[in-house]
Ligand binder design. Structure first.
Ligand SMILES: Nc1ncnc2c1ncn2[C@@H]1O[C@H](COP(=O)(O)OP(=O)(O)OP(=O)(O)O)[C@@H](O)[C@H]1O
Length: 723
């Protein structure tokens, strides 16, 4: 006979946080085997302790045999008829429901447990247990004896013969808890407080129900670059994952790279829309696909909030409200939303930032009616004003260099001094400390630039240079463009289309150079669940193409004359370290992923691309819809500073000579704040002192002050987690 014996050495009062751990300590490893070997081993505790909970459920059986982190929650939703279980109180359920099955108490303690059970049952039904009630007094269980029954072989006789029941000897705490995840991710005080608020809210702790909005959490976690917002998201993800609640959470970011950083999706793909799409997704109430997509979602984590626009947020809100069938007045359809980011970093392209301050604008003064877009933006702004919880991350986790850190702090206020300028000048290429870009490690470091066109040119040059270094001819993949189903005949138009920046062609490049070992970025979502998402980094290893599709006809002046142009590539083999593909394809190494050619449609005004002398006389627009088939990859020797937001880079080359009209502090702050130490960056060329004096805008400052105020209130409210 197998005795399942443990002693509780842990403190007698187990917090809600630890109940799971305690239950999981009743380690079932190897039990399934033993149960099978001793089929008669069972106890009739159903009658003694829990007459109303049927224990012969197949799910229970499963939970006994599968000593994983499976939460028995679903089992008890199905099998427990007498307890009205509030979804938010799920943390207590396992205690209530699993205990009778797994723990048999000495008679002496049975009464005690009954009282505990009744107290918890009542609080579950009423949904409000008081502050102290979230702990269960397991002192009663100190001398508990534990035994396990096989519900399929229930026999009262056997139990009667079972004689003495051995005391519990030892508790092993191996189930990840809030505390263990906090330790694993070495969360600092502020990260920890934010983590506790969100995960306790998830676990149904009513202390996290702030304000009068039915406990909905609309939270903001601001923090400047490198204060560990992404790290916190990773820790939260782990908690959702180990508690089997991943389907309740979605992680979104406005750009592919930022989304890839947190293993999430872009907001656009989540909304089922194409980037730059002129056609908004039609939202119809009763759209079953939409409802299905959103049904399990209860928490939305939105990273890089500075780049999220009000119009986009309004759209997100409309879609959630429709999908969730709730009163449109309820923000985000009742879904809990947590924003992460730094308002001093990049703002949205073609949209108004979330901090936009709608004062009496000149338009309303002139009695003009607001447009539909303005109305939607104001709606979204009113959602932002409903943020009810703020935890500001202030401890710098990226930058270890204190002198540099002080410089960055002054930079945020546009208050750098001349010493700061001189310090940065020591990092300009050509200074004694940085001889040449050709030297290691700088020849491998990514270059950050402001314009997509410059980025493409530098990438092409780097590819050509590297091919020459390897003694290879340049290889360039050519996109296949068609218009109205027909191939394009005009050679000038063909060339102009191929030379368009990929930012104008739905991120499918016209001419894509390839050199073995070239860093690349995937520009489309291929398989989100496998981590093959827009923005993920990889290394190009090999190109597979139709051999008869190679030509040496010069297609572009950019590449050397002997370049080989491949017109029908099939796929590129890319090494993607972060992919979740367990490739067991015979001939492929692990993490070597075949990326196929993809198709996208983009619109282009030919007047913008045809040379002046070839333009027809009329001034009419001539928009062409071009269907392009190409590999969804771009080289990553050089990326735009915009795309670098959210990334920690080991070494980086930056440019601080800003494009003329730039007055955005992000253009200086984002590139300068990507590294751990000043020694990890070099500056491409001389720059003006005045770029270090760019001030944040008034609405940025006002919104950050508003969040600071809310942070003080949050600290008061959750003082226990800020200790
Ligand atoms: N608690 C922590 N313990 C150890 N390392 C951490 C912790 N928090 C953050 N880091 C590390 O510090 C660096 C910066 O963190 P992270 O990328 O999360 O910052 P961020 O606030 O998201 O920055 P950005 O605003 O630039 O996106 C990363 O290398 C990360 O691994």
């Amino acid at each position: 006979m197998l005795h399942f014996t443990r002693t509780f050495n842990t403190p007698p009062r187990l917090s809600q946080d630890n109940i799971y751990a305690a239950l999981r300590t009743i380690d079932l490893t190897g039990l399934a085997e033993n149960i099978n070997k001793s089929p008669a081993w069972s106890t009739p505790i159903k009658q003694q302790l829990s007459p109303s909970i049927p224990y012969a459920s197949p799910l229970l059986n499963k939970s006994l045999q599968t000593p994983t982190h499976d939460r028995p929650t679903s089992m008890h939703y199905q099998s427990s008829s007498d307890i009205s279980i509030d979804r938010t109180n799920r943390q207590l359920i396992p205690f209530l429901c699993a205990t009778p099955h797994l723990v048999q108490l000495n008679t002496k303690w049975q009464e005690q447990l009954k009282i505990e059970k009744e107290r918890v049952r009542r609080s579950l039904i009423t949904g409000n247990y008081d502050k102290d009630d979230d702990t269960l007094d397991l002192f009663a269980a100190r001398d508990a004896v534990v035994t396990v029954m096989n519900p399929n072989n229930y026999s009262a006789n056997n139990f009667e013969n079972y004689g003495s029941v051995l005391p519990v000897l030892k508790v092993i705490n191996n189930f990840p808890t809030q505390t263990s995840i906090i330790n694993e991710f070495t969360l600092n005080r502020e990260q920890r407080a934010a983590f506790m608020i969100i995960t306790s809210h998830l676990d149904g702790d009513t202390r996290c129900h702030i304000g009068d909005n039915n406990g909905q959490l609309i939270m903001c976690i601001p923090g400047c670059g490198g204060t560990g917002k992404s790290q916190l998201i990773r820790a939260l993800t782990k908690y959702f994952l180990v508690t089997k609640r991943m389907q309740m959470m979605r992680k979104l970011a406005p750009t592919g790279i930022a989304a890839a950083e947190i293993d999430g999706m872009t907001i656009h793909s989540f909304l089922g829309e194409q980037r730059n799409s002129r056609k908004p997704r039609t939202i119809k109430p009763g759209d079953s696909k939409l409802e299905k997509e959103w049904r399990p979602v209860e928490y939305l984590l939105i990273d890089e909030m500075s780049m999220v626009g009000l119009t986009l947020l309004a759209k997100l809100n409309r879609i959630i409200s429709t999908a969730k069938h709730v009163d449109p007045q309820v923000p985000f359809g009742g879904v809990n939303v947590i924003f992460f980011g730094d308002y001093l970093q990049y703002r949205p392209v073609f949209d108004a930032p979330l901090h936009t301050h709608f004062t009496l604008s000149s338009k309303s003064k002139s009695c003009k009616l607001p447009t539909e877009k303005e109305i939607q933006q104001r709606v979204a702004r009113s959602l932002i004003l409903q943020i009810n919880c703020v935890v500001k991350l202030t401890q710098q986790m990226r930058t270890e260099d204190s002198r540099y850190l002080q410089l960055l702090e002054r930079l945020r206020h546009g208050q750098c001094n001349y010493d700061d300028y001189e310090l940065l000048l020591t990092r300009v290429v050509g200074q004694p400390s940085v001889d040449s870009l050709c030297d290691t490690p700088w020849n491998k470091a990514p270059i950050l630039v402001f314009r997509n066109e410059v980025r493409t040119q530098l990438n092409n040059k780097a590819a050509i240079h590297n091919a020459a270094q390897l003694g290879r001819v340049s290889i360039v993949c050519v996109a296949q463009d068609t218009c109205n189903g027909k191939s394009i005949e005009d050679p000038i138009l063909i060339r102009k289309l191929l030379e368009l920046s990929d930012s104008k062609t739905e991120h499918l490049p016209g001419l894509l150079p390839f050199v073995p070992g070239m860093p690349v970025i995937l520009t489309q979502n291929i398989a989100i669940e496998l981590g093959l998402i827009n923005g993920i980094n990889g290394i190009f290893r090999q190109l597979v193409y139709q051999s008869d599709s190679v030509s040496a006809d010069v297609l572009s002046e950019i590449f050397p004359k002997n370049t080989q142009y491949i017109h029908r590539p099939l796929y590129a083999l890319i090494e993607i370290a972060k992919s979740k593909v367990d490739s067991n394809l015979e001939v492929l190494q692990p993490k070597l992923i075949p990326i196929p050619v993809m198709e996208q449609t983009f619109r282009v005004d030919i007047f913008d691309i045809i040379p002046k002398d070839k333009k027809p006389k009329s001034n009419r627009k001539a928009i062409l819809s071009i269907k392009r088939r190409a590999l969804p990859l771009v080289p990553a020797y050089c990326i735009t500073t915009h795309k670098s937001q959210g990334q920690t880079l080991n070494k980086v080359v930056i440019d601080l000579k800003l494009p003329n009209e730039t007055e955005d502090i992000a253009a200086v702050y984002v590139p300068l704040s990507r590294v751990k130490r000043l020694a990890d960056l070099i500056i491409l060329r001389q720059f003006d002192y005045k770029v270090l004096l760019i001030k944040p805008s008034k609405s940025q400052v006002t919104e950050m002050e508003r969040l600071d105020q809310l942070y003080l209130e949050t600290q008061k409210c959750f003082s226990h987690w800020f200790q």
